[in-house]
Design a protein around this ligand. Structure first.
Ligand code: AVI
Length: 324
């Protein structure tokens, strides 16, 4: 019988307040101003993101779930007997549950996430539903090296990185992440990764400018979080959500636009905004199948298979790593 989970293995204290304040002050002092999208996900932000995934305009989650449902049995061939599935940035366990339901050779599941509350909660529920599965959560920033729990380290590894979170990295960061994942998972390991696809600008625009205004709330929550945690005095009424498709760079850009000339106090520092000045809060890159395959090859991963939904909106790539 597997040991009960009281807590996730905590690899380091994250996100440390000191690095949050440092990053925020550096980003708001830069020209143009910017904030990292990794700071969207406090408790409120994580809940807003979950709500976004259910929006009719936000096709990404729906299309990825369609692929997982249709193809999980094909994916099962990638899993050696008694293997460990390592999920980078696990969040809710909705997607991994589809794999677990179809792939009986997964002996251990290692969800890796920065937020321990959801990690522990989901781990409890998975252990209840899959009593024979070793659920070994790790609280860590999955973009940095972390140690796998010993029980999983001894098994063959398959990585899982759904949701097109790779699209929130700059292409060179995506390559660096894939290299790091390859080193962690080890030679011959497979990676199942969700990647959003280039498509018409109107579909993309709608997905990031939803009618219910949840994406706007999600974007503005970053300022609310800075108010809550860093004692800032952003007036959310004075900023607006802006998202558009940059077709030259194949990415959705999200910004917060200052509606007027204003001064905001952040951690004791005064930050000046011109009217119309923006804070760049997120890029969400969209790839073609060939471009992503080439990017992955450049990071040491060879393609095994690729699947799309019927509408060809979203893709899941299966890759294998050559670390020699
Ligand atoms: C998490 N990530 C893949 C989402 C995306 O679509 O880039 C985050 C998001 N931003 C706005 N809506 C959703």
């Amino acid at each position: 019988m597997a040991a009960p989970i009281e807590a996730a293995v905590r690899y380091e204290e994250l996100p440390a307040r000191s690095s949050f304040v440092r990053d925020v002050l550096a980003g708001l002092s830069a020209r143009p101003k910017r904030l990292s999208p990794k700071y969207f996900y406090d408790e409120t932000g994580a809940q807003l993101f979950e709500a976004i995934t259910a929006l009719p305009e936000y096709y990404l989650t729906r299309c990825e779930l369609e692929i997982l449902e249709e193809r999980a049995r094909e994916m099962a061939r990638l899993f050696p007997a008694a293997s460990a599935l390592i999920e980078f940035g696990s969040g809710s366990s909705r997607k991994v549950r589809i794999l677990l339901a179809s792939i009986s050779t997964i002996a251990a599941y290692v969800p890796v996430d920065i937020s321990s509350e959801m990690l522990i909660q989901e781990a409890h529920e998975l252990r209840r539903d899959y009593p024979r599965l070793a659920v070994l959560p790790v609280e860590a920033d999955f973009t940095k090296p972390f140690a796998l729990p010993a029980a999983a380290a001894a098994m063959a590894h398959t990585g899982f990185f759904p949701g097109s979170t790779i699209g929130n990295f700059e292409p060179q960061e995506a390559v660096a992440f894939l290299r790091h994942a390859g080193r962690m998972l080890g030679h011959g390991a497979a990676l199942i990764i969700g990647v959003d696809l280039v498509k018409d600008a109107s579909t993309l625009h709608a997905a990031y400018n939803d009618g219910a205004g949840l994406t706007a709330k999600f974007n503005l929550n970053l300022l609310a979080r800075i108010n809550r945690e860093l004692g800032a005095d952003f007036d959310l009424e004075n900023f607006a959500h802006r998202a558009f498709y940059n077709s030259e760079r194949h990415r959705i850009e999200m910004h917060l636009v200052s509606k007027k000339r204003q001064s905001v106090s952040v951690a004791g520092r005064s930050i000046e905004f011109q009217s119309g000045e923006t804070i760049h809060t997120e890029n969400s890159y969209k790839y073609t199948l060939d471009y992503f395959t080439a990017l992955a090859r450049g990071a040491g991963w060879n393609p095994l298979a690729v699947w799309t939904d019927a509408g060809k909106n979203f893709s899941i790539h299966a890759l294998t790593v050559d670390t020699r």
